[in-house]
Ligand binder design. Structure first.
Ligand SMILES: Cc1cc2nc3c(=O)[nH]c(=O)nc-3n(C[C@H](O)[C@H](O)[C@H](O)COP(=O)(O)O)c2cc1C
Length: 168
Protein backbone atom coordinates (compact mmCIF):
# COMPACT_ATOMS: atom_id res chain seq x y z
CA UNK A 1 0.00 0.00 0.00
CA UNK A 2 1.25 3.45 -0.86
CA UNK A 3 1.52 5.65 2.23
CA UNK A 4 4.12 8.13 1.08
CA UNK A 5 3.33 10.87 -1.41
CA UNK A 6 6.35 12.44 -3.07
CA UNK A 7 5.42 15.81 -4.57
CA UNK A 8 7.90 17.67 -6.74
CA UNK A 9 7.79 20.80 -8.88
CA UNK A 10 9.70 20.95 -12.13
CA UNK A 11 10.01 19.38 -15.55
CA UNK A 12 9.53 15.62 -15.74
CA UNK A 13 13.01 15.29 -17.27
CA UNK A 14 14.70 17.70 -14.81
CA UNK A 15 17.00 17.04 -11.88
CA UNK A 16 14.25 17.52 -9.27
CA UNK A 17 12.12 14.84 -10.98
CA UNK A 18 15.15 12.55 -11.08
CA UNK A 19 15.74 12.94 -7.34
CA UNK A 20 12.01 12.36 -6.66
CA UNK A 21 12.13 9.11 -8.64
CA UNK A 22 15.27 7.91 -6.86
CA UNK A 23 13.64 8.49 -3.49
CA UNK A 24 10.55 6.60 -4.70
CA UNK A 25 12.68 3.65 -5.90
CA UNK A 26 14.23 3.36 -2.44
CA UNK A 27 10.79 3.23 -0.80
CA UNK A 28 9.33 0.94 -3.48
CA UNK A 29 5.56 0.34 -3.41
CA UNK A 30 5.19 2.43 -0.27
CA UNK A 31 5.68 5.63 -2.26
CA UNK A 32 4.09 7.38 -5.25
CA UNK A 33 5.50 10.36 -7.15
CA UNK A 34 3.32 13.33 -8.15
CA UNK A 35 4.30 16.34 -10.23
CA UNK A 36 2.59 19.28 -8.51
CA UNK A 37 1.65 20.71 -11.91
CA UNK A 38 -1.09 18.07 -12.12
CA UNK A 39 -1.70 17.23 -8.45
CA UNK A 40 -4.87 18.01 -6.49
CA UNK A 41 -5.59 18.59 -2.83
CA UNK A 42 -7.11 15.09 -2.63
CA UNK A 43 -3.74 13.67 -3.63
CA UNK A 44 -2.19 15.31 -0.58
CA UNK A 45 -4.94 14.16 1.73
CA UNK A 46 -4.57 10.45 1.05
CA UNK A 47 -1.04 10.16 2.48
CA UNK A 48 0.24 10.01 6.06
CA UNK A 49 3.68 11.10 5.01
CA UNK A 50 4.56 13.76 2.43
CA UNK A 51 7.94 14.30 0.82
CA UNK A 52 8.06 17.70 -0.90
CA UNK A 53 10.77 18.78 -3.33
CA UNK A 54 11.70 21.78 -5.42
CA UNK A 55 14.67 23.36 -7.08
CA UNK A 56 15.55 26.96 -6.22
CA UNK A 57 14.65 29.62 -8.76
CA UNK A 58 14.89 33.39 -9.00
CA UNK A 59 15.51 34.94 -5.61
CA UNK A 60 14.59 32.41 -2.97
CA UNK A 61 11.75 31.05 -5.02
CA UNK A 62 10.27 27.61 -5.45
CA UNK A 63 9.60 26.25 -8.92
CA UNK A 64 6.67 28.21 -10.41
CA UNK A 65 4.39 25.14 -10.31
CA UNK A 66 4.87 25.08 -6.54
CA UNK A 67 3.81 28.75 -6.37
CA UNK A 68 0.46 27.59 -7.75
CA UNK A 69 0.23 24.39 -5.65
CA UNK A 70 1.38 25.57 -2.23
CA UNK A 71 -2.03 27.03 -1.29
CA UNK A 72 -3.73 23.69 -2.00
CA UNK A 73 -1.12 22.02 0.17
CA UNK A 74 -1.44 24.34 3.15
CA UNK A 75 -5.26 24.33 2.99
CA UNK A 76 -5.15 20.53 3.47
CA UNK A 77 -5.26 19.15 6.98
CA UNK A 78 -1.58 18.63 7.66
CA UNK A 79 -1.80 18.44 11.46
CA UNK A 80 -1.20 14.67 11.63
CA UNK A 81 1.04 14.25 8.60
CA UNK A 82 4.77 13.84 8.73
CA UNK A 83 6.63 15.93 6.17
CA UNK A 84 10.16 15.74 4.76
CA UNK A 85 11.68 18.20 2.29
CA UNK A 86 14.30 18.07 -0.43
CA UNK A 87 15.74 20.95 -2.38
CA UNK A 88 18.00 21.34 -5.38
CA UNK A 89 20.35 24.19 -6.07
CA UNK A 90 23.73 25.30 -7.29
CA UNK A 91 26.08 26.46 -4.52
CA UNK A 92 28.71 27.84 -6.90
CA UNK A 93 26.50 30.18 -8.93
CA UNK A 94 23.97 30.92 -6.14
CA UNK A 95 25.95 30.74 -2.87
CA UNK A 96 23.77 33.40 -1.22
CA UNK A 97 20.45 31.67 -1.94
CA UNK A 98 21.47 28.03 -1.97
CA UNK A 99 18.44 25.65 -2.08
CA UNK A 100 16.20 28.54 -1.02
CA UNK A 101 13.15 26.96 -2.66
CA UNK A 102 13.23 24.32 0.10
CA UNK A 103 13.43 27.14 2.65
CA UNK A 104 10.34 28.75 1.11
CA UNK A 105 8.30 25.54 1.30
CA UNK A 106 9.37 25.12 4.94
CA UNK A 107 8.39 28.70 5.68
CA UNK A 108 4.87 28.10 4.34
CA UNK A 109 4.22 24.90 6.32
CA UNK A 110 1.72 25.39 9.14
CA UNK A 111 3.05 22.48 11.25
CA UNK A 112 6.81 22.79 11.24
CA UNK A 113 7.01 20.47 14.24
CA UNK A 114 6.03 17.60 11.90
CA UNK A 115 9.07 18.08 9.66
CA UNK A 116 11.67 15.33 9.86
CA UNK A 117 14.85 14.62 7.89
CA UNK A 118 17.02 17.62 8.78
CA UNK A 119 20.59 17.22 7.53
CA UNK A 120 24.06 18.57 8.20
CA UNK A 121 25.40 21.51 6.14
CA UNK A 122 28.88 19.94 6.22
CA UNK A 123 30.29 19.24 2.77
CA UNK A 124 28.58 22.22 1.14
CA UNK A 125 30.12 25.63 0.49
CA UNK A 126 27.68 28.55 0.51
CA UNK A 127 27.14 31.88 2.28
CA UNK A 128 23.45 31.87 3.01
CA UNK A 129 20.37 29.70 2.66
CA UNK A 130 16.82 30.20 3.91
CA UNK A 131 16.75 26.39 4.15
CA UNK A 132 19.30 26.49 6.99
CA UNK A 133 17.81 26.67 10.48
CA UNK A 134 19.99 26.49 13.58
CA UNK A 135 22.94 25.13 11.63
CA UNK A 136 21.08 22.42 9.73
CA UNK A 137 19.24 22.15 6.45
CA UNK A 138 15.52 21.60 6.96
CA UNK A 139 15.74 18.66 4.55
CA UNK A 140 17.95 17.04 1.95
CA UNK A 141 20.06 19.50 -0.08
CA UNK A 142 21.14 18.28 -3.51
CA UNK A 143 23.55 20.11 -5.79
CA UNK A 144 23.43 18.05 -8.95
CA UNK A 145 25.15 20.86 -10.85
CA UNK A 146 28.46 21.00 -8.96
CA UNK A 147 28.42 17.95 -6.62
CA UNK A 148 26.76 15.32 -8.76
CA UNK A 149 29.11 12.66 -7.42
CA UNK A 150 27.46 12.90 -3.97
CA UNK A 151 23.84 12.81 -5.13
CA UNK A 152 23.13 9.08 -4.93
CA UNK A 153 24.73 8.63 -1.50
CA UNK A 154 23.08 11.75 -0.12
CA UNK A 155 19.70 10.38 -1.24
CA UNK A 156 20.23 6.87 0.11
CA UNK A 157 21.59 8.12 3.47
CA UNK A 158 18.63 10.46 3.81
CA UNK A 159 16.06 7.77 2.99
CA UNK A 160 17.63 5.57 5.69
CA UNK A 161 17.46 8.50 8.10
CA UNK A 162 13.80 9.28 7.46
CA UNK A 163 12.86 5.59 7.60
CA UNK A 164 14.39 5.52 11.08
CA UNK A 165 12.85 8.85 12.16
CA UNK A 166 9.37 7.99 10.85
CA UNK A 167 9.61 4.31 11.78
CA UNK A 168 8.65 3.08 8.27
C1 LIG B 1 17.25 31.06 -13.53
C2 LIG B 1 17.83 30.17 -12.47
C3 LIG B 1 17.82 30.59 -11.15
C4 LIG B 1 18.35 29.77 -10.14
N1 LIG B 1 18.37 30.22 -8.85
C5 LIG B 1 18.96 29.45 -7.89
C6 LIG B 1 19.05 29.91 -6.54
O1 LIG B 1 18.62 31.01 -6.20
N2 LIG B 1 19.64 29.09 -5.63
C7 LIG B 1 20.16 27.86 -5.96
O2 LIG B 1 20.68 27.16 -5.09
N3 LIG B 1 20.06 27.39 -7.25
C8 LIG B 1 19.49 28.14 -8.20
N4 LIG B 1 19.41 27.67 -9.49
C9 LIG B 1 19.94 26.33 -9.80
C10 LIG B 1 18.83 25.26 -9.91
O3 LIG B 1 18.08 25.19 -8.72
C11 LIG B 1 19.49 23.88 -10.19
O4 LIG B 1 20.15 23.93 -11.44
C12 LIG B 1 18.51 22.72 -10.16
O5 LIG B 1 19.23 21.50 -10.19
C13 LIG B 1 17.51 22.74 -11.31
O6 LIG B 1 16.58 21.68 -11.17
P1 LIG B 1 15.60 21.19 -12.35
O7 LIG B 1 16.48 20.50 -13.40
O8 LIG B 1 14.64 20.26 -11.72
O9 LIG B 1 14.95 22.43 -12.89
C14 LIG B 1 18.88 28.48 -10.48
C15 LIG B 1 18.88 28.06 -11.83
C16 LIG B 1 18.37 28.90 -12.81
C17 LIG B 1 18.39 28.41 -14.25
Amino acid sequence: MSQIGIFFGGKDNGSTAKVARKIQELFGDQATVHNVSSAARQDVEKYDFLILGTAAWGIGEMHSDWERFIDKLVESDLADKKVALFGLGDQKIYPESFVDGMGTIFCRLPHKENVIGYTSTRGYNFYYSTAEKEGKFVGLAIDDDTQKEFTDKRISDWVKQIRAEANI
